[in-house]
Write a protein that binds this ligand. Structure first.
Ligand code: MN3
Length: 224
């Protein structure tokens, strides 16, 4: 892939459902603002930062590896040695672009793809790692509640199996080559404040009703 081809991937993907499709758990105004303006902003700024990367003779070959490879920890460290500001812009906006692209697809309307419990091999892996589904949910929610400030909670697959952790700001599994993000939860205030105000716990409780387990299962299967 050329750097220019990689850059062409940086567009704002449309929401895979209507703004109000996740009501009452996530309200239409939050969805529209979050997608159009927050994700839209990350897309525009990531695209601009990627142009700057392509203009750096010493760094542009990194872009040939693809969009995700630019924001892994090793690439960001190499970029930081040459241009600290650019590394920060790629880390924050590239991460924001990748994380939100995953997030919309991790959700579906409640009762129409969203909610319920995982099945099959993914359910077995979750039960094997966390004991049972309720314990997994409790640990996931606890990661979300203890993430100070802005960030994300992740269920990932790596060489050791499943792992669960939170990251600050727009960091995420894309920083770690060899890890596949299965499920991500945005715990930035912009994801819930209009409806839930300071009640992050209520937002997380409600969010389980719109988790798209078939999509998570698909990601788990393709990471085998
Ligand atoms: Mn967000």
């Amino acid at each position: 892939m050329s750097g220019a081809e990689a850059k062409a991937e940086i567009t704002l993907p449309p929401l895979p459902y209507a703004d109000n499709a996740l009501e009452p758990h996530i309200d239409a105004t939050t969805m529209k603002t979050h997608h159009d303006y927050h994700h839209g902003g990350y897309t525009k700024k990531f695209s601009g930062a990627f142009d700057k990367l392509l203009a750096h003779a010493a760094l542009k070959s990194l872009a040939d590896k693809g969009v995700a490879a630019v924001v892994n920890t090793d690439s960001l460290e190499a970029i930081r040695k040459v241009d600290r500001g650019l590394a920060g812009a790629l880390q924050n906006n590239g991460g924001g672009w990748i994380n939100h692209t995953l997030f919309w697809n991790n959700m579906a309307p409640s009762g129409n793809g969203g909610g319920g419990e995982p099945t099959g091999a993914l359910a077995e892996a979750i039960n094997g790692k966390f004991g049972d589904f309720a314990s997994f949910k409790a640990k996931f929610a606890s990661e979300g509640m203890t993430r100070f400030g802005s960030g994300w909670v992740w269920l990932v697959k790596n060489q050791d199996g499943l792992a669960l952790y939170s990251t600050p700001n727009q960091d995420g599994p894309h920083n770690n080559p060899g890890e596949t993000a299965l499920l991500g939860l945005d715990v930035w205030e912009h994801a819930y404040y209009l409806k839930y105000k300071n009640r992050r716990d209520s937002y997380i409780d409600a969010w389980w009703n719109v988790v798209n387990w078939p999509e998570v299962q698909k990601r788990y299967d393709s990471a085998q």
